[in-house]
Design a protein around this ligand. Structure first.
Ligand SMILES: C[S@@+](CC[C@H](N)C(=O)[O-])C[C@H]1O[C@@H](n2cnc3c(N)ncnc32)[C@H](O)[C@@H]1O
Length: 272
């Protein structure tokens, strides 16, 4: 991975780390819990949590593999990992270690792990195949991988409305990282091409109703959307916020504002 790409990702996640664990974005721990359930982790297992962030999966996994198991959690962002460490302490757990490490180039040498998890992280890798091959290398024969990615419906129609609002300000919108891997077939092809067998894919709706437009704004400010917004001056951001949230208000129902978080859970096994 180029140093520049790594620095950009590290900078954005270091910037949003303090506000990442907020109620509007509770889909991260929801998905973390579901991922661990699907993976059927067992006490005593050794788990590698790739792109661990603030520990949504790390903590669910650490709980599932106690006693005797241990999680190695890696991420490029030191600030996200600091948060993860605090979250682990708060959960009363000790069986995880945290390392600043690139998912495409692991410092682990042998075939150490019973299971590898990566929730909403794989699409940040410039070379997703290189990452998957690296993860395959450190899995024990019989070891399982489970990663998640968003489906193309996720965050719609809110995300398109936000992009339109940015375009009205002349902001150039590159393809966002998470939109690089939304197709079921591509996920399965990736597994196959990188040596994983017994591919499984389930799509589940992990969404819920937000209280209102301000909660959606909290998501924008605390996620990858923030990088797009930061191309505007603070004054422009203020004006965009008012106009965009006025539009978003029209989507409110008596249950609140629907947040679509359709998620693909993709798993495979290293056989030999
Ligand atoms: C959307 S967050 C997901 C965090 C966590 N897995 C969760 O579900 O809450 C993505 C994380 O991937 C990390 N990341 C991106 N590229 C990475 C890489 N090449 N190696 C390690 N971590 C990376 C970011 O720093 C960020 O913490």
């Amino acid at each position: 991975m180029s140093d520049q790409a790594k620095q950009q990702i590290t900078a954005i996640f270091n910037k949003i780390a303090d506000r990442y664990d907020n109620a509007s974005m509770r889909y991260f721990p929801f998905v973390g819990d579901r991922l661990v359930e699907l993976l059927q982790l067992r006490p005593g297992e050794k788990v590698l949590d790739v792109a661990a962030g603030t520990g949504a999966v790390t903590i669910a996994a650490a709980q599932a593999i106690a006693p005797g198991g241990r999680v190695q959690a890696i991420d490029l962002s030191e600030k996200m990992l600091d948060k993860a460490w605090h979250n682990l302490q708060r959960a009363g757990l000790e069986n995880a270690d945290f390392h600043v490490m690139d998912a495409e180039s692991l410092d682990f040498r042998g075939t150490d792990f019973d299971a590898i998890t990566c929730s909403f992280g794989i699409f940040f890798l410039p070379d997703m195949q290189a990452g998957l091959r690296e993860w395959h290398r450190v899995l024990k024969p019989g070891g399982r991988l489970l990663f998640t990615t968003f489906s193309e419906n996720a965050f719609q129609p809110l995300a398109d409305q936000f992009r339109q609002a940015l375009q009205d300000y002349g902001v150039e919108i590159p393809q966002q990282a998470w939109m690089r891997l939304t197709s079921q077939q591509e996920c399965l092809d990736l597994l196959h091409d990188c040596g994983f067998q017994d591919p499984q894919l389930v799509t589940e709706q992990m969404g819920y109703h937000l209280n209102g437009p301000d909660d959606w704004w909290e998501i924008i400010m605390s996620s990858g959307f923030r990088g797009l917004l930061d191309q505007l001056t603070p004054e422009q951001q203020g004006r965009l916020r008012l106009a965009h949230l006025d539009d978003v208000k029209k989507l409110m129902t008596n249950k609140g504002l629907w947040l679509d978080v359709e998620t693909l859970f993709v798993s495979g096994t290293r056989v030999t």
